[in-house]
Unconditional design. Structure first.
Length: 357
């Protein structure tokens, strides 16, 4: 049945006019969605700024990508809205993910820059999870992440095989890549990373490395390493031990990919489940129930920003790479991940258990 948003003139006697006024009131209520739906995406965003909620700190590796969107995405979006960034660290990114999914407005004015682990944490049944990954509106990623484990030159560790034989003391910042990644390598592959927890962010670990308090770190995004401590790479102060991601990054050189170290099919399946999320890189999302036309507009503007020569050049100056993944492709990856066999998930859960000092 077609619905028409029309108004007709009145006429006739008082009884007819009264009935018409009654019917008009009823129709006004019935047709309210029609009137609201008539607002275009451009009209809506012209008067509504967009807030980007970052599940980390201003010093973290996710922040530069959020700032890239803040500076450039508005001009690729109908209505050219202004954009703001708000940092909401906590619980390995779960505080921000839960907020965007549940508490934030679902009108298209809030985008979450969340940790790529939020899909895995949901499947593992983490008690802090308050969302369903398959229901999230995935907007896209600006970087397909590759992380590394490194050792300080002079530590006696030059290759990942060395850590199979001797202990390497590394720093961690809590329930995140810095501690979970080396724990998985210890439990699945038999490495001997000794995790010292309690450092305050990436800067705290780096300072401890420089002072000699620790001898390495693990789960360090390659782009973050380059931007934070590129001089350490140039001065050859670090030995790169292993690449953690979907495929080798040629820029890193002849350093093995973590899945290449698997000796059995079971080990490979566990490593793929835990580290396969690296392809999600730096994911951006919106809550369920956001109007689909606004989700589509945000997704299109996201990719346009990722291909914006000015925006990309600015990121290159900061030594951050941009390799976009569309929201539609992210949705397919997440849908496939949630179908992971239960036995693999349970073995992955066991592999993530560790004790940090």
């Amino acid at each position: 049945m077609n619905t028409y948003c029309t108004h007709r003139g009145e006429g006739g006697n008082l009884e007819i006019m009264t009935k018409r006024r009654y019917l008009t009131a009823v129709l006004a209520l019935a047709l309210a969605p029609c009137a609201a739906g008539a607002e275009s995406v451009a009209d809506f965003y012209k008067g509504h700024p967009i807030k980007i909620i970052v599940g980390g700190t201003a010093e973290g590796g996710y922040a530069p990508y959020a700032r890239m969107l803040q500076l450039h995405m508005g001009r690729h979006l109908p209505g050219n809205p202004s954009m703001l960034v708000q940092y909401m660290p906590g619980a390995g990114g779960l505080v921000a993910a839960n907020f965007v999914y549940n508490a934030a407005p679902k009108d298209g004015t809030v985008v979450g820059a969340v940790q790529r682990s939020i899909v895995r944490l949901a499947l593992l049944g983490d008690k802090g999870v308050r969302y369903e990954p398959a229901k999230i509106n995935w907007i896209g990623s600006l970087y397909n992440d590759v992380s590394v484990c490194v050792a300080w030159r002079g530590s006696g560790v030059e290759r990942i095989e060395d850590v199979m034989r001797r202990e390497l003391i590394i720093g961690g910042t809590g329930l995140n890549d810095t501690e979970q990644f080396p724990a998985v390598l210890n439990n699945v592959l038999g490495t001997k990373f000794r995790i010292i927890s309690g450092y305050s962010g990436s800067g705290g670990i780096n300072l401890a490395l420089e002072r000699g308090e620790i001898a390495g770190r693990c789960g360090w995004s390659w782009d973050s390493l380059k931007s934070q401590k590129g001089e350490w790479l140039r001065d050859k102060k670090l030995a790169i031990l292993v690449q953690i991601g979907p495929k080798r990054l040629p820029e890193i050189g002849d350093v093995p990919l973590v899945t290449e170290l698997a000796r059995t099919g079971e080990q490979r399946a566990i490593l793929h489940f835990i580290f396969g999320e690296q392809i999600l890189g730096k994911p951006f999302m919106m809550a369920p129930d956001v109007p689909p036309e606004r989700v589509a507009a945000i997704r299109a503007a996201f990719i346009a920003t990722a291909e914006d020569p000015v925006a990309v050049a600015e990121m290159k100056k900061l030594e951050f790479d941009v390799s976009p993944l569309s929201g539609a492709d992210m949705q397919k990856i997440v849908d496939k991940t949630v179908q992971t066999p239960r036995d693999v998930i349970e073995k992955a859960r066991a592999a993530l258990v560790y004790k940090a000092r």
